[in-house]
Design a protein around this ligand. Structure first.
Ligand code: SF4
Length: 179
């Protein structure tokens, strides 16, 4: 019997929507654009909230790998806030080549850099098509690499938080209740 796919794999376009990958600031958009963003975020939030692997997905995205975009009921900003509260930083294994992706979940930094190393002559658009993400996501990861933002976050906590600590940090987010 085929395993059940997580909701993000069943609706990849929802998670790859540009507005979820690069959330706007409230002051930079119209009221209608803000409502559109909130609506799309709430829809993805509801899907994640009903996902059978939510806890594991959240733990991995907060503690083990720096992933871009919305997943596990959290934005990148939410996960940064959780890491600050937990006192951890995420190791980014920049030596890893991109692994096969399942469904439409967001790409992480190592996937983008792996694709760049494997296909150095491709444009950002071609890399984005290869990875199944947006061009701006590829550009953002390449910029972070250039500016050394990734290197500054290489250090990790020597002791990983427990699942319970991560879930407690999640419960303290305002957005954990925004469905
Ligand atoms: S919790 Fe994770 S695996 Fe489940 S739908 Fe959300 S992003 Fe996908």
């Amino acid at each position: 019997m085929r395993p059940t796919l997580p909701p993000c794999a069943m609706a990849p376009a929802m998670y790859q929507d540009e507005i979820l990958l690069s959330p706007p600031s409230r002051r930079d958009v119209t009221a209608q654009q803000w409502r559109d963003y909130q609506g799309k975020k709430a829809a993805a939030h509801r899907r994640c909230a009903g996902c059978s692997v939510l806890d594991d997905c959240l733990y991995r995205a907060v503690v083990e790998v720096d992933v871009s975009g919305f997943l596990a009921c959290t934005s990148e900003a939410d996960r940064r806030a959780m890491r600050r509260e937990l006192g951890i930083e995420v190791r980014i294994d920049s030596g890893t080549y991109g692994t096969a992706r399942v469904g439409g979940g967001p790409v992480d930094h190592s996937e983008v850099m792996g694709a760049r190393r494997a296909h150095p002559d491709e444009t950002c658009r071609e890399l984005a098509e290869r990875l199944g993400c947006s061009t701006s996501t590829v550009k953002r990861h390449l910029r972070q690499e250039r500016e050394g933002l990734v290197e500054s976050s290489v250090a990790t906590a020597t002791q990983k938080p427990t699942m319970e600590q991560v879930l407690d940090a999640f419960d303290r987010l305002d957005t954990s209740r925004s469905v």
